[in-house]
Design a protein around this ligand. Structure first.
Ligand SMILES: [Zn+2]
Length: 326
């Protein structure tokens, strides 16, 4: 059987603030004399988001943040990731660092050091907080544009999807697009196909989740035609109650319809998963062939912001992985 950790891939949907190793969080909490946040057993998005914000407290010091970045890049290397795009929101850390810019500078600096150290190409998805209001979304987009040549590759949109439609952030996405950045909002997770449709209207180049597009056959066709990549996270969707079980996840159906999908971990600290374990679920529980898994890996490279030489080498090695005799 082919080793899925050796399959070259991009990891495009993973949030830095929930990418720390669970044992690191427990150790940091112990050093700080505080109880560690709840790391498992969520049954809905509200419980999950509470733990997500609790993780920020434990990783708030510059040293802890640098450690989490370095371990995330090391873990990516272990998982065969050639290009890692970490979702970040430095506004969460502005108070500790003195400003959003100071927090961002630290993240970018450590990112550069760790990418070099571990030999993984790294970019950042600067993520707008849906609940932080219009002005903050514009400020985030301007910040992303300003740092476009320093490692920011994409603008994202996260947090509560219900009541905070993608179209409210049209102006922010325009600023990002003019700066040459990719646009990859969370959509089609807690809200149905209309949220995915709106994401296409605002010029999304990828969509994080997007899986509920499956409820609208015409929309699936459109996604396939426009070759927009869905950054799919099966375990996340089950833990947060979007689907009852992995067996019910629509990834096979989306692939069958010709939609490009990458496979991702989303929040490894809270889901006890990794990008490789998600590929393994694709094989063991969703019944995806190695050809389909390789197609997902190919999409995760092709639709990423990785440098062209990294893309070319990864594609060559994906082909090699597939043609290796077993
Ligand atoms: Zn996410």
């Amino acid at each position: 059987m082919r080793d899925l950790s050796a399959l070259p891939k991009g990891h495009l949907h993973v949030h830095l603030d929930a990418a720390a190793r669970p044992e690191t969080i427990i150790e940091l909490a112990r050093d700080q004399g505080v109880a560690p946040p709840r790391l498992s057993g969520f049954t809905n998005f509200d419980e999950f988001i509470k733990s997500f914000f609790a993780l920020l407290e434990v990783t708030s010091s510059p040293a802890a943040l640098r450690r989490v970045i370095d371990e995330s890049v090391a873990d990516a290397k272990r998982d065969g990731v050639r290009y890692l795009e970490l979702g970040i929101n430095p506004a969460f850390r502005a108070e500790v660092f003195g400003s959003v810019e100071a927090a961002l500078e630290t993240i970018l600096d450590q990112g550069m050091l760790s990418a070099e150290k571990h030999g993984v190409s790294l970019g950042f998805n600067l993520t707008i907080d849906r609940m932080a209001g219009y002005d903050q979304s514009i400020a985030t987009a301007r910040l992303a544009a300003h740092y476009a040549d320093r490692g920011i590759t994409t603008i994202g949109l996260a947090n509560e999807e219900r009541g905070f439609p993608v179209t409210d952030f049209r102006d922010a996405f325009r600023i990002a697009r003019d700066a040459g950045l990719g646009i990859a909002p969370h959509a089609g997770e807690l809200v149905g196909p209309e949220s995915v449709r709106s994401s296409l209207e605002v010029g999304s180049t990828r969509i994080q989740h997007g899986v509920r597009a499956v409820e609208d056959p015409r929309l699936i066709e459109k996604l396939a035609d426009e070759a927009v990549c869905l950054d799919v996270c099966p375990t996340s969707n089950v833990v947060l109650g979007v689907y009852e079980s992995i067996e019910n996840h629509p990834l096979p159906q989306l692939l069958e319809a010709g939609v490009r999908c990458s496979i991702n971990a989303d929040d490894p600290t809270l889901f006890a998963n990794s990008v490789t374990s998600e590929y393994e679920l694709g094989r063991s529980t969703l019944g995806l062939s190695d050809h389909l898994l390789a197609a997902c890996a190919w999409a995760s490279i092709d639709c990423s912001a990785a440098p062209e030489d990294v893309k070319a080498a990864a594609k060559r090695d994906i082909d090699g992985w597939l043609t290796n005799d077993l």
